[in-house]
Ligand binder design. Structure first.
Ligand SMILES: Cc1cc2nc3c(=O)[nH]c(=O)nc-3n(C[C@H](O)[C@H](O)[C@H](O)COP(=O)(O)OP(=O)(O)OC[C@H]3O[C@@H](n4cnc5c(N)ncnc54)[C@H](O)[C@@H]3O)c2cc1C
Ligand code: SF4
Length: 394
């Protein structure tokens, strides 16, 4: 191909924008016919020396200015290859024992630099608009999504994946900080009425979409607050209830009506809803914990995780009418090592449990992907979640 790619880009050590690369990639890796993983680039054409007319070369250009070259490299890297320059930051949540504002700011800056690689400084708004095209509530997913996308990120083949989840969280948080997230009231109404039963993330997302389409939407929720498990399930340290309420308030301002303490089938007539609406949508989730019917299951002091977490959330929000279900001063045994188990660890810790023991039926997963679990499958590897870190730190 004579040093020219099919798209017309030259590959002879000069980028089409005229920047020299001197055969060295901006991260310092050599590209002289040797791939970065040490394999020879057998199939690639040999690098072609830059053709120059020596009679036109300025003497100053012949002297390499490495300091300036490095500055250019750093500038280019910052703008276009943040994900190469900045390693993936492993701190997902605040360090277990720290309230370290400086650290948070540093991480935010790195996240921003990573984001700038795709959105550039002046394109935050564009990044936000794009994000909102496919995600109704990035402020939720950016905090609590398990991020299966990161397990499939192409960088993950031989390096750490891009922090997609954090990036979307930073974009939406920035959008809220800048005041860009305002109620989007539909310009036209269809006149159709739709009832949504359940205000968890699925009910809220459905309501948001239906409202956007111009329908009149009413959400019925049996609990005293909307949000489903986002409000009364996922603990506050993972997802602040203020963030959930902020979105519910925004949806209300966009024209969605919320009716709380309305349990359809009990104190709200289902038949009536059918008659009063053009459509009824069920988004009631599955608040149905799995039991283990073993001898002794009915002994005192054995509770479902969801009961424990919901009670804890409600009491934190000021509802002290509920019977106390508190781990303070107790030896706590948590059966199940998944995300809910971790949330119970974190909550018990905050309630000053005397000791916490966690049982998991499965063996310890491998540190790295096994051969039967290749990219882009979800990596089934050993993970240390926030609750584990915290419990080890105290
Ligand atoms: C402890 C815990 C932690 C979790 N952590 C995460 C996490 O970190 N990341 C993640 O991605 N997922 C997490 N999940 C899972 C996630 O919360 C659920 O997948 C998600 O909430 C399901 O959304 P949903 O809208 O379908 O149902 P839900 O969130 O359960 O919402 C259903 C709503 O319907 C209401 N409802 C039910 N019946 C009626 C009725 N008859 N009338 C009126 N209202 C009714 C309920 O009160 C509830 O508010 C977690 C789950 C739990 C239990
Ligand atoms: S973190 Fe990944 S999987 Fe989760 S919502 Fe964002 S893009 Fe989707």
């Amino acid at each position: 191909m004579n040093g020219e790619k099919t798209n017309g880009e030259k590959t002879n050590g000069e980028k089409t924008n005229g920047e020299k690369t001197n055969g060295e990639k901006p991260n310092g890796e050599m590209t002289n016919g040797e791939m970065t993983n040490g394999l020879k680039q057998e199939d690639s054409p040999p690098p072609i020396k830059k053709q120059t007319d020596s009679s036109l070369t300025d003497i100053e250009e012949a002297i390499p200015d490495t300091t300036n070259d490095q500055k250019i490299i750093d500038r280019v890297l910052d703008k276009t290859r943040g994900f190469v320059k900045y390693p993936r930051s492993k701190v997902k949540y605040r360090p277990p024992k720290a309230t370290n504002e400086g650290l948070e700011r540093d991480l935010l800056q790195q996240r921003q630099n990573r984001i700038e690689s795709s959105s550039r400084k002046d394109k935050w708004k564009e990044a936000l608009d794009r994000l909102l095209l496919t995600n109704n509530f990035p402020e939720f997913t950016g905090r609590v999504c398990p991020a299966p996308c990161e397990g499939s990120c192409v960088l993950g083949i031989n390096a750490e994946p891009v922090t997609i989840k954090k990036i979307e969280c930073t974009i939406i948080d920035h959008g809220f900080e800048q005041g860009w997230i305002t109620p989007q009231i539909p310009a036209h109404r269809t006149g159709k009425k739709i009832a949504v039963i359940g205000s968890g993330p699925s009910g809220l997302a459905a309501a948001a979409q239906l409202n956007k389409a111009g329908h009149w939407v009413t959400v019925y929720e049996r609990n005293d607050r909307c949000g489903g498990l986002l409000m009364y399930g996922v603990p506050t340290m993972k997802l602040s209830k203020k963030i959930v309420q902020r979105r519910v308030d925004l949806l209300a301002a966009e024209g969605i009506k919320f009716v709380n303490n309305a349990e359809v089938g009990k104190n709200m007539d289902a038949q009536q809803l059918l008659e009063d609406n053009d459509a009824v949508l069920l988004a009631v989730g599955s608040t149905c914990p799995r039991n283990i019917p073993l001898p002794g299951r009915d002994l005192e002091g054995i509770h479902f995780a969801i009961q424990f977490l919901e009670t804890s959330q409600k009491r934190r929000l000021g509802n002290y009418n509920l019977p106390s279900l508190d781990a303070t001063g107790l030896d706590v045994v948590i059966i199940g090592g998944g995300d809910t188990g971790v949330d119970c660890i974190g909550t018990s810790l905050r309630q000053n449990a005397k000791s916490i023991t966690n049982f998991e039926v499965l063996g310890m997963p491998p540190k790295n992907r096994s051969v039967t679990n290749p990219w882009p499958l979800w990596p089934r590897v050993f993970r240390v979640e926030y609750g584990h870190e915290e419990v080890c730190a105290v």
